[in-house]
Design a protein around this ligand. Structure first.
Ligand SMILES: NC(=O)C1=CN([C@@H]2O[C@H](COP(=O)(O)OP(=O)(O)OC[C@H]3O[C@@H](n4cnc5c(N)ncnc54)[C@H](OP(=O)(O)O)[C@@H]3O)[C@@H](O)[C@H]2O)C=CC1
Ligand SMILES: C=C(O[C@H]1[C@H](O)[C@@H](CO)O[C@H](OP(=O)(O)OP(=O)(O)OC[C@H]2O[C@@H](n3ccc(=O)[nH]c3=O)[C@H](O)[C@@H]2O)[C@@H]1NC(C)=O)C(=O)O
Length: 487
């Protein structure tokens, strides 16, 4: 658990070490697309997959188990991007006790090691990982009787190695509401709190009661209340470097199993309401929410599908930047921007203007909350797959964990996908000779079109960062954990 970069200072330091001047990368490449015209329509991408109204897209899991692991020799076989070289040693923890024991021994040994769940948020260099890879493979879901819970609530315990989407499917089947909008998110349950997964109006912070983890500093297994994880937009104390391995999670869900057709939590996300053809705030059958979310995600290429190279990715490769409202006003009027709850000053992206004005570089750790995310007006129809932008003004309400430290300057969340597309990097874009390409369906996903190397992925990521930096003065931050590569 050392040696990787995510939302870290190294990333920023590289860009700002000398001066805050963007440089085109790479200088000798042809233009990635037409000059910026924020009103221009994106060229037509290949048609997104079509689904019958009652069809539920299949969700593949990348997390190999048991005998499937016998012949694994590379990280490419353990990650959803399917790139990355070998490793020195592979350890597999099939129980929580094994996971804690391995983690304790590895930390005691002082060697570098890598914790891997479903490998959907991990990018490793072609040279591989020079140490031990510990795979989280303890599975199981149980309902834990809890008389302290209010009526209608149920405590569900899931082991860290359980496939997240299998948990969601199970909860929908049981009639338990609360995570149905998080259908189709890749990876394993143990990673969910690390970056507080969120989509379509929900985030794990809303239902997480506590985790049990092995804590490096304490040298023991501890139960930690969700509030102590400081969950916020794609962030937690684990993401910020606190050293612990999650063994299991306790969720508190709404038990609607007595209803003839168990209902969902209110639908609060415009894109989802639109897909379900209901008004915001409506409740609908849990099964309908799951199906609709999977269909929307699949249309964006965001459902893992072994047969579809457009889904061989880490999902969103960059987080959505959070900037001051003042800076956002310098962007084109049609750039989507969404209000955040209170935000730590230190969580905002440092803009060129601020650096030029002599302000200190802030090392980023996104705070605030995400749940509502993007979507715009449900009925605008401006972009059927992604929802409408919020031109000019600030729209959208974020829900979930709030940071209470007061701050003066209101902040907004931008759409990384929009910035990328309007910096001229269109859906399907590929650098010459590269095996990696921007997804045909969503500019925020970098995909392996077969035979991509980790270097190809990193090169495209750097190119995207450079284009957005040049065009808008915003520095995108990668979402995945990255080992042995410079982005
Ligand atoms: N919304 C979306 O569509 C997408 C969301 N994701 C999310 O990214 C995450 C990826 O999950 P997964 O594929 O399993 O993760 P990975 O196997 O890619 O692991 C990513 C990192 O998460 C941390 N981690 C994983 N499991 C644990 C654990 N039990 N305890 C503590 N830390 C852990 C480790 O970071 P470290 O070494 O720093 O401790 C690890 O390097 C999930 O939360 C997934 O939902 C990913 C892609 C798309
Ligand atoms: C996939 C992930 O999570 C996803 C999550 O599934 C969705 C749905 O709630 O919202 C986030 O994506 P997102 O911000 O790109 O959401 P989308 O609704 O797909 O797009 C937002 C906006 O981007 C613009 N857009 C989108 C796609 C595209 O190719 N071009 C474009 O310009 C549209 O204006 C759209 O309104 C999460 N990503 C992040 C980094 O927060 C992930 O974390 O890996």
């Amino acid at each position: 658990m050392t040696g990787h970069t995510n939302n870290s200072g190294g990333f920023f330091a590289r860009f700002f070490a000398s001066r805050p001047e963007p440089t085109k990368y790479p200088a000798d490449l042809p233009s990635a697309g037409p000059a910026l015209d924020s009103t221009a329509e994106a060229p037509l991408a290949p048609a997104p997959p079509e689904f019958a109204a009652d069809e539920t897209p299949r969700v593949d899991s990348a997390a190999k188990t048991g005998a499937e692991l016998a012949d694994v020799t590379s990280l490419a076989e353990l990650t959803t991007m399917r790139v990355g070289g070998g490793f020195e040693r592979l350890l597999v923890a099939e129980t929580a006790a094994e996971l804690a024991e391995h983690a304790a021994a590895l930390w005691d040994s002082g060697e570098d090691w890598l914790l891997l769940g479903g490998g959907s948020n991990t990018l490793v260099s072609d040279a591989g990982y020079p140490g031990t890879v510990l795979l989280v493979r303890n599975t199981g879901i149980e309902v834990v009787p809890d008389v302290t819970l209010p009526a209608g609530k149920v405590r569900v315990r899931v082991q860290a190695g359980h496939d997240w989407d299998e948990l969601v499917a199970w909860s929908v089947q049981q009639g338990y509401a609360g995570i149905e909008m998080l259908s189709g998110i890749p990876g394993l349950a143990g990673a969910a709190p690390v970056q507080n997964i969120g989509a379509y109006g929900g985030e794990v912070a809303q239902v997480l009661d506590s985790v049990t983890w092995y804590d490096r500093d304490w040298g023991q297994v501890r139960e930690i209340a969700a509030a102590d994880l400081h969950l916020s937009y794609r962030d937690s104390i684990l993401k910020q470097g606190y050293e612990a391995v999650i063994l299991s999670l306790d969720l508190v869900l709404q038990d609607n199993s007595a209803q003839p057709e168990p209902q969902s939590q209110p639908v609060v996300f415009p894109q989802l309401a639109k897909a379900l053809e209901v008004r915001l705030g409506a409740t609908v059958p849990l099964t309908a929410v799951r199906r609709a979310v999977l269909q929307v995600r699949a249309r964006k290429g965001m459902v893992l599908n072994e047969a579809d190279h457009n889904s061989w990715s880490c999902g969103s490769f960059f987080t959505n930047p959070i900037v001051t409202e003042k800076f956002a006003r310098t962007l084109p009027a049609d750039a989507p921007r969404f209000a955040m709850q209170q935000q730590r000053e230190s969580d905002l992206v440092t803009t060129f203007e601020e650096l030029a004005a002599g302000e200190e570089l802030r090392l980023q750790g996104f705070g605030g909350a995400d749940a509502a995310g993007f979507g715009g007006a449900a009925d605008s129809g401006a972009d059927a797959d992604y929802g409408a932008a919020a031109p000019g003004g600030v729209a959208g309400a974020d829900a979930g964990a709030a940071w209470t430290e007061p701050r003066q300057e209101p902040q907004v969340k931008l759409s990384a996908a929009w910035l990328i597309e309007h910096a001229g990097v269109r859906r399907g874009f590929r650098l010459p000779g590269s095996g990696a390409a921007v997804s045909d369906f969503h500019t925020l996903a970098i995909t392996n079109r077969g035979g991509a190397s980790a270097a190809d992925v990193a090169e495209l990521a750097r190119y995207i960062v450079s284009m957005v930096q040049t065009e808008f003065g915003v520095i995108l931050v990668p979402e995945p954990n990255i080992y042995g590569l410079e982005i």
